[in-house]
Design a protein around this ligand. Structure first.
Ligand SMILES: [Zn+2]
Length: 279
């Protein structure tokens, strides 16, 4: 999955003692495009010293391979063809997975900071805290932490078949697993039952937890499950979400996400290689 970047090390701990240093990685966005530096045929995160006097101190984000990473609010990128702004969707095709991963986590935090410049309770200005990853109101002390939305994703099997669905917004005609956000007052298992019923009209049983995966692009935490359904039930799709759903054997899988990116891809690969039945 996208966060599996070994031998590189990602540390999301908020380091309140961090000191600004010339070798910090710095992230600057123009809307949803990230400033990157070209090095040969690779794109890498620029260092503070490479942006010289143009860079401000920035907000501490996290660490990659022991180097601190900062978000720059203002930055005049050097007038140099070595620097480029790339749309964040580039993460799907970057060969350096550690760059892809930190780019989308930084993008999530950038969006969170931007969306919380004013207090939702009293309307006064909000400022990032120095002691933790949080933003506080300068007037009423309302404190906001990063919003993470739990979402279930479920591999539904019946014997030697898996149910895959094509979302109306899926790129490239990909098929994937049924997924959806947990609702207020709902357990994750209840969300699995509800989402499967809503999206493809099936009743599921034997729901088992698999593993979870952060998905910063949508600010989600994907919680993976495996479940079973009787394939004699009639598939009834929700046309607002799904354009087609069907049972597939492992020899006949349609185009689907790669295991290197998402928990959906990993679960489908587990099914394809026969490992899912052993879970
Ligand atoms: Zn306030």
């Amino acid at each position: 999955m996208i966060q599996d970047i070994l031998p590189h090390l990602f540390n999301n701990q908020f380091d309140k003692e961090a000191l600004v240093c010339e070798d910090d990685y710095v992230f600057h966005f123009r809307k949803d495009a990230l400033l990157l530096r070209k090095e040969g045929d690779q794109l890498i995160i620029p260092l503070r010293k490479e942006l010289g006097v143009h860079a401000d101190a920035g907000l501490f984000l996290f660490s990659l391979d022991g180097k601190h990473c900062y978000l720059l609010n203002d930055c005049n990128a050097p007038d140099d063809s070595a620097f480029t702004y790339s749309e964040i969707s580039l993460f799907r095709s970057l060969r350096q997975q550690e760059i892809a991963w930190v780019s989308i986590v930084a993008h999530q935090l950038m969006n969170w900071y931007q969306a919380n410049r004013f207090c939702g309770k009293c309307g006064a200005a909000m400022l990032p805290r120095k002691d933790e990853r949080a933003i506080s109101c300068i007037s009423c002390e309302n404190t906001v932490y990063p919003k993470i939305s739990p979402a279930i994703i479920v591999a539904i099997t019946c014997g030697e078949n898996i149910l895959l669905a094509k979302g109306i917004n899926f790129r490239g005609g990909f098929y994937s697993l049924v997924a959806g956000y947990a609702d207020v007052g709902e357990s994750l298992e209840e969300a699995v039952i509800r989402e499967v019923k809503e999206e493809v009209g099936l009743d599921v049983k034997n729901i088992r937890y698999y593993k979870s995966s952060p998905w910063p692009i949508s600010g989600s935490l994907m919680i993976g499950f495996i479940a079973e359904a009787d394939d004699q039930q009639i598939i009834t799709i929700d046309p607002k979400e799904i354009s087609h759903a069907a049972w597939f054997s492992r020899e006949n899988l349609p185009p689907h996400p790669p295991a290197s990116i998402s928990i959906a891809g990993e679960l489908i690969e587990m099914f394809r290689t026969g490992k899912m039945s052993k879970l």
